[in-house]
Design a protein around this ligand. Structure first.
Ligand SMILES: O=P(O)(O)OC[C@H]1O[C@H](O[C@H]2O[C@H](CO)[C@@H](O)[C@H](O)[C@H]2O)[C@H](O)[C@@H](O)[C@@H]1O
Ligand SMILES: O=c1ccn([C@@H]2O[C@H](COP(=O)(O)OP(=O)(O)O)[C@@H](O)[C@H]2O)c(=O)[nH]1
Length: 469
């Protein structure tokens, strides 16, 4: 059996006890720990003399490297998170473009490919993850690497009208064609990509479903990332039995609403806080009867737009508690610390409502984890944004539009009153989907398709100077 080499910018923390507050690291770790293999990526260190480090823990060998300050600023903080992230999340209003950052992004991809090359055996399968590494395969081909290479995009793929806001969109998207297989979270994302390839660059949709563009033949498919439901259920049960984590935050038997998100503007936190406040204005009977726990670990805090959202949330949280709190009632608990999964699953199980309302999200694993944590005899209700990838599968959630404040308040009211029989029906339907499209299915179907697809030989890429359009 060929070895699996996973390449991603973010690698799960190697040291035991450290929390990975991001779906890619959580999902890839769960997938790799069963199949074993090499996980190659950034160590999270920024220094003037970046080190490469190799460490094997269980079945996984981690090969990680540091970045220089300039690489970090241009590749991670700049083009990846100040250009690609907002635009791929449909937020052209928050995006900026800087040509040097794009060149830095291309340079770091080239450097990473060169560092991977000596580790490779001819039959290794390479699985590259996410928007930081779109040009990675082209850089590999440039170096003569002929291995099969697949790419999975964890975030949404925007429609061409939005994508083309990125000045070097042609140059960037051309590099994607050097993968053998490109995976998306939802059919909407795959169609947007196909649309770009066929309309914008006159690529051809072949009879066998593959695409040909820029002289390359490749495939694109839908592979929604999942969770490990049995493990989550077990964690939630044992955490609830032993410690009842919710009791440590709130004593009184009030109804509980929980949300867990990285502190990111794509997660719709401000809109969510406003909807929670609207619940009490529209349905005053819930006053003093409900508490909302928002866990929001800070993320990418050196990117300006993230500093702004943090300030906005602090002000919104202060406003809600200042306006509504009583001596014996704090309506909103807003925590910026990250929490271990054991604690989170216990909190999910204790909560009557999982409130997951991103403005745009690739998948949102928290939505699936909330459902998988529930007590089957007395499950809570998932209130879910239609703009999360998870809404394509979890159609029995209460689906809301996060731009509709009153609509979200009404959904909360409905969830708070929902009879047990309806909660169970919805839960069972969602669990059957979570079980059939679990994390093993995500990994196995992607790798099966990557192994099966025999594309025409990739044209050798000529070494040429980097350029940006
Ligand atoms: O690595 P960071 O910059 O600290 O950010 C954390 C991760 O955020 C994003 O996660 C995405 O992947 C999830 C799993 O597929 C998905 O459910 C979620 O909707 C996405 O937003 C990002 O895509 C990762 O690269 C980051 O590591
Ligand atoms: O304090 C925290 C916050 C989040 N998470 C985990 O981080 C992942 C977040 O993934 P999601 O797909 O919801 O969003 P992302 O952050 O990747 O955009 C989930 O597995 C969460 O359980 C965690 O372990 N601790």
């Amino acid at each position: 059996m060929s070895r699996l080499i996973v390449v991603s910018n973010r690698v799960a923390p190697i040291k035991p006890g450290k929390v990975a507050a991001g779906g890619l690291a959580v999902g890839v770790y769960d997938a790799l720990r069963q199949s074993g293999g090499i996980w190659f990526g950034w160590s999270g260190e920024v220094s003037s003399t970046p080190q490469t480090n190799t460490e094997t823990v269980g079945e996984i060998t981690y090969v990680t490297m540091g970045l220089t300050r300039q690489d970090y600023d241009q590749y991670y903080r700049g083009f990846s998170n100040a250009t690609l992230w907002p635009i791929f999340h449909y937020r052209i209003d928050l995006a900026r473009y800087n040509r040097q950052e794009y060149d830095g992004y291309r340079r770091v991809n080239g450097m990473l490919a060169a560092q991977l090359k000596p580790l490779l055996k001819p039959d290794d399968i390479i699985w590259v993850h996410d928007y930081h590494l779109i040009p990675f395969a082209e850089e590999c081909r440039r170096l003569g690497i002929r291995n099969r290479i697949g790419f999975f995009l964890h975030i949404p793929f925007p429609p061409p009208e939005i994508l083309t806001v990125i000045p070097p969109h042609n140059d960037l998207l051309k590099t994607l064609c050097f993968y053998d297989l490109i995976g998306f979270q939802t059919e909407t994302d795959r169609l947007a990509f196909q649309d770009y390839m066929t309309r914008e660059v006159r690529g051809i949709l072949e009879k066998d479903g593959s695409l040909t563009a820029y002289g390359q033949n490749f495939r694109a498919g839908v592979y929604p990332i999942g969770v490990v439901p049995d493990e989550i259920q077990e964690l939630a049960e044992s955490s609830q039995r032993r410690r009842r984590p919710m009791r440590r935050i709130t004593d009184v038997e009030r109804k509980k609403i929980i949300s867990v998100d990285r502190l990111d503007y794509s997660k719709g936190l401000v809109e969510r806080f406003k909807a929670y406040e609207a619940l009490f204005d529209r349905f005053p009977e819930h006053r003093r009867g409900v508490e909302f726990i928002q866990i929001a670990p800070t993320s990418r805090s050196d990117v300006k737009t993230y500093q702004h959202i943090r300030q906005q949330l602090e002000s919104e949280a202060g406003h809600i508690n200042g306006r509504l709190s009583d001596l014996d009632w704090t309506p909103l608990h807003y925590l910026n610390k990250s929490h271990d999964r054991r604690v989170l699953t216990g909190l999910f199980r204790d909560a009557d409502i999982g409130f997951v309302t991103p403005l745009r999200d690739g998948m949102n694993l928290v939505a699936k984890e909330y459902v998988a944590s529930q007590d089957p005899d007395d499950p809570g209700v998932l209130v879910l944004s239609r703009f999360a990838g998870a809404a394509h599968e979890l159609t029995s959630a209460l689906i809301v539009n996060p731009y509709d404040c009153i609509g979200m308040a009404e959904a909360l009211d409905r969830a708070l009153r929902m009879p047990l029989a309806e909660r169970r029906d919805r839960y069972e339907h969602m669990m059957s989907i979570i079980r059939s499209a679990d994390l093993d299915a995500w990994r196995d179907t992607f790798l099966r398709d990557l192994r099966a697809f025999s594309s025409r030989p990739k044209a050798q890429v000529q070494a040429s100077p980097l350029f940006s359009v």
